[in-house]
Design a protein around this ligand. Structure first.
Ligand code: SF4
Ligand code: SF4
Ligand code: SF4
Length: 331
């Protein structure tokens, strides 16, 4: 695809142009970690492209932690606003691919997800400095983006190399073409050098590879193995709430006649409980195992890829110091 150069001082004007049509979210550093932050015209915060993915998963933007999905005595009014997510990383784009399979390409299409997906612009950014919890490379991803977003941004010395990756991205360039210049060979060389350095770093962090038949190994794995791996777990469910690919939800009715959907998680004791109290997964070991089977066996069998992106959120957030990579490498 064609590439463009955007000078350093033109990025904020571009964001100001975007907020005329979209709610714009940018990554900024808060308490030393990257978090998404709503951009406004009075904003003085510095956009951070050089860090890894944000602490929070991007699923919040498309699949809300809690939302009304039906109303029994009046039509449900939903004000879904167009949004632009800036600085999204390769692993989180893969997570959106997982969600697209679940909420758009299945027997039932989720109208709220569909509407948000259609009205969301994704402006991705390369990861120049992978961190020790990152393992996207073990799942076939690179720490940069060449598909799945609308525009990709790579910071270079005096500005940004911008690559449109969809018709929506091309339209943004066209509407603001006064600010975009042609890329020079030096800009592209810098981009390649930065990408190579990031990939080398990931290979150094993750020297071992998962077995080719990982999806089968997860399925036939002994309950005993899960028991020992789960022994440090305090069942906080943090790893599932921060996971960008976990998509389970629970529906309940409010006295106000609204049906509400909230995120669910397979580590909860009541996750699989049915009317009458029967529970096919009453012990934690089987629930622990379910997470691995869901992400690495069932999803792979149905869709041809794993429902894990290697983002490492479950590693950095785990109180029990459980590293999913180490479990998968043992299989
Ligand atoms: S974050 Fe760690 S301790 Fe908490 S449920 Fe997940 S594996 Fe267990
Ligand atoms: S399982 Fe862990 S590494 Fe994989 S997508 Fe979820 S949070 Fe990221
Ligand atoms: S897992 Fe890969 S794409 Fe995701 S933040 Fe880390 S280096 Fe970037």
């Amino acid at each position: 695809m064609e590439t463009y150069f955007l000078p350093l001082d033109k990025f904020v004007p571009l964001l100001l142009r975007l907020i005329e049509k979209y709610e714009v979210f940018i990554p900024t550093i808060e308490q030393e970690r990257p978090h998404f932050h709503r951009f406004s015209s009075e904003d003085t915060s510095t956009i951070s492209f050089e860090h890894i993915r944000t602490v929070e998963p991007v699923k919040h933007f498309l699949f809300k932690p809690i939302e009304s999905v039906a109303s029994f005595d009046k039509p449900l009014e939903k004000g879904i606003k167009p949004q632009a997510i800036v600085g999204i990383k390769r692993c989180d784009l893969k997570a959106i691919e997982v969600y697209d399979k679940v909420f758009l390409d299945s027997e039932f299409v989720d109208p709220f997800y569909k509407k948000r997906r259609e009205t969301t612009i994704l402006i991705s950014a390369d990861c120049p400095q992978p961190e020790p919890t990152c393992f996207c490379n073990l799942l076939g991803l690179n720490p940069w983006v060449d598909e799945g977003a609308d525009l990709n941004v790579t910071p270079v010395r005096s500005g940004y190399v911008i690559e449109p990756l969809s018709p929506k991205g091309e339209a943004i360039i066209e509407e603001n073409k006064i600010w975009f210049e042609n890329t020079s060979p030096e800009d592209l060389e810098q981009r390649e050098a930065s990408r190579k350095k990031a990939l080398d770093k990931l290979k150094e962090i993750n020297p071992d590879r998962f077995k080719e038949d990982l999806y089968e190994r997860v399925n036939v794995n002994e309950q005993k193995f899960c028991l020992s791996e789960a022994s440090g777990c305090v069942e906080c469910c943090g790893c599932l709430m921060c996971c960008p690919t976990c998509y389970c939800f629970l529906l309940y009715d409010e006295p106000s006649n609204e049906r509400v959907r909230i995120w669910d998680a397979c580590y909860y004791a009541a996750y699989a409980r049915v009317g009458g109290g029967a529970n096919p997964m009453p012990d934690f070991t089987s629930r622990f195992k379910n997470r691995f089977e869901c992400k690495f066996n069932y999803f792979y069998k149905y869709h041809g890829f794993f429902a894990c992106t290697g983002c490492g959120r479950c590693i950095s957030g785990c109180m029990g110091k459980i590293d999913i990579r180490k479990i998968l490498l043992k299989l």
